[in-house]
Design a protein around this ligand. Sequence first.
Ligand SMILES: [Zn+2]
Length: 299
Amino acid sequence: MSHQWPSETAFRRVDLYVRDQTCPICDARLHVCSHRRRRLFTLQGPCLLVARLGHCPDPDCQGHRGTVSPLEEMGIAPPRLMVGWDVFAWIGHRRFARHWSVPQICAEHLQRLAACIDRGLEAVEEVQDELRPQVEQIQAVADTLDPARGSQEDRRREFEELRQNFSRQPDSFAQHLVRLMTSFLAGLFLGPVDELPRDNLDLERWFRLPKGHERRIHGRCHAGVRLVHEGPTLACALDAHVHHLGLFTATELAPYRSAQPPPSQQAALARHRLMRKARSATQRPDLLADLEQRYRNLS
Ligand SMILES: [Zn+2]
């Protein structure tokens, strides 16, 4: 069962070892040969199970090729399921002993979740109170960078005013903001120059290399190559939910039927196709002939 865990999930780690276990064929003591990591739902919260897998150290024994799991693993969760025994039993009891419907079980689970969220918010209340004004300050700076909010000159003046304001404030956050704003100032209000990449993401798409920036946004060590080529636009109607709360009806979705990916994404795909042709030994001569023809037509 696969499940996409949010990248910020805090897992409780449980380490399992092969202890005093012997090879089922030759009775030799098992050696640890690899690890299996499983993420589980348990009633205590998300849990990361790291199980050391053992195998027989004798290369001539049949047990050398297979692996043996720690015995405790079976006590924590059923094989291949994403829930621990406690959640499994909790659902099973309500479904089969009390004959609850599935939606009723889901609702009960959601109530438990709501209580967890409330507890979490209570725990970080102080930190949030401290962060809220800082978020407002950052938002004020971000607004000056949005081209939709006025001309470049106006926005540059607002940016400068904010910088002066912050530099008069004694707290360390404002001072940090001033240093950041000063270091970025040189390039912020230039351009835009057509056909040149606008931001870091565009740059990475242009050079077709997943750099740290895209990776950090993505939240995984490996940023998929599609993500880098095409950007974050998974579907043309992806941002529709921003302007529309609740469920969509067919008529509301109809305008998105003929939507196109943004031009930068189409250009990135065209470059990608071109580079793939250039790498192919069979397609390269055609490509070179085509490029030569285009060059001649220009001159
Ligand atoms: Zn063996």
